[in-house]
Ligand binder design. Structure first.
Ligand code: TRP
Length: 374
């Protein structure tokens, strides 16, 4: 590697240069697999069709496994460090898509990581895990069945913990520092725990070998690389094989920077009161020009518009309708005022329905997961 380039999965504000992920880390473009996705899985998820899911490792082998009827599982996780927002919904949409296809589902509530790395209060983390993350997943349509498992990292009564301890033997500090940079014990633990999250579904206890897919934000790739290295080293002893992964782009905050629960004015939470959510959206950065006259003449720039991004990621599922909005904006016929009004209506409609389900879902979280007692 000529210049140094490292991803920090714990950085709070990453601006990723997605190109570099292909160049330095061998992540492959997802787009090339779209025709195969259509053949094997059927209609690709909107996030796939629109390039939001942009990269993968070995996703082709997951498709092959699915096609030939082998067992496939999805593992992904959430750090319960703040309220559930539309960036998280993107992960939920993927989980539910694969659940419908019959994948076995493992969802990690990363409370150990939130405690050790984000230094959050335990009680708060457990509450947030239950009533923000699990509740929103249920409200979005996650089903409860015998192929779906949700667990807290500190409360999983299975041989899962044995993996964390065993993994520690076959990885050196130098290797970990090459992946993560400076490390403290909490981060070492969090990284080995995440490797166990990713690899444990293959143990005999969970029914033995299966292909594992991990859909994550691109900042999580260091964890994927570590888990793949560890799998290689435990192939003989435990029969582990490398997981596959897909990577999605982050949704922007409404000011064009990162969407994050620590930036509540620029982030819409799924439990925001509707007037609050609409107000945030109406203040959003768009691709509009300085004056109406200029916008009619030059057209808007949807590529720079956080409202358009909301359509792409969440609010407009119909590709033709999305293309129409794009053209109208580009052509200077659709101005930001009326466009925001339209987006606000879609958002309000979605939230109204969702929040009705969310209230009900809150009563059901304990059917899905057992929280730690402290
Ligand atoms: N580290 C992830 C985050 O910051 C959460 C996580 C924990 C996770 N274990 C995982 C993600 C396993 C994918 C797979 O959100």
């Amino acid at each position: 590697m000529a210049e140094e380039f490292r991803l920090d999965p714990w950085a709070s504000a990453v601006r990723l240069e997605y190109e570099k992920l292909f160049r330095y880390f061998g992540i492959k473009p997802f787009r090339e697999l779209l025709p195969r996705v259509t053949e094997v899985l059927g209609e690709p998820l909107h996030l796939m069709r629109r390039g939001v899911i942009f990269g993968h490792r070995d996703f082709d082998s997951v498709l092959e496994a699915y096609r030939s009827g082998e067992r496939v599982a999805l593992v992904t996780g959430f750090m319960p460090s703040g309220r559930f927002h539309f960036g998280h919904k993107m992960v939920a949409d993927q989980i539910i898509y694969y659940q419908k296809l019959g994948f076995e589902i493992f969802i990690v509530i990363a409370d150990a990581e939130a405690y050790a790395v984000r230094k959050l209060d335990r009680r708060k983390v457990i509450e947030t895990g239950l009533y923000e993350y699990v509740a929103n997943l249920i409200a979005l349509g996650l089903e409860k069945n015998r192929h779906t498992h949700i667990y807290f990292q500190t409360n999983y009564e299975t041989p899962y913990y044995r993996l964390i301890q065993m993994f520690s033997r076959k990885i050196t500090m130098a290797e970990m520092e090459a992946i993560y940079g400076d490390l403290e014990p909490g981060k070492v633990m969090a990284a080995l725990t995440q490797a166990a999250d990713i690899l444990h579904p293959q143990l005999d206890y969970f029914g033995g070998f299966k292909h594992v897919l991990v859909p994550v934000g691109a900042d999580q790739d260091p964890h994927i690389r570590l888990a793949r290295d560890i799998a290689d080293r435990f192939e003989n002893e435990l029969g582990l094989r490398r997981p596959a992964s897909t990577y999605h782009r982050f949704q922007s905050g409404l000011d064009g920077n990162k969407m994050s629960s620590s930036r509540p004015d620029y982030t819409i939470f799924l439990s925001d009161p509707i007037d609050v959510a609409v107000r945030k959206l109406k203040n959003a950065l768009t691709g509009g020009r300085a004056t109406v006259e200029e916008q009619r003449r030059l057209g808007g720039e949807p590529e720079k518009c956080t409202v358009y991004e909301f359509y792409v990621y969440h609010l407009v599922r119909d590709d033709k309708k999305l293309a129409r909005i794009y053209q109208e904006c580009r052509g200077g016929r659709l101005l930001c005022g009326p466009d925001k009004q339209y987006a606000a209506e879609l958002l309000a409609k979605f939230l109204e329905e969702h929040q009705r389900k969310l209230e009900k879902a809150k009563d059901r979280v304990l059917e899905y997961v057992e929280p730690p007692s402290f």
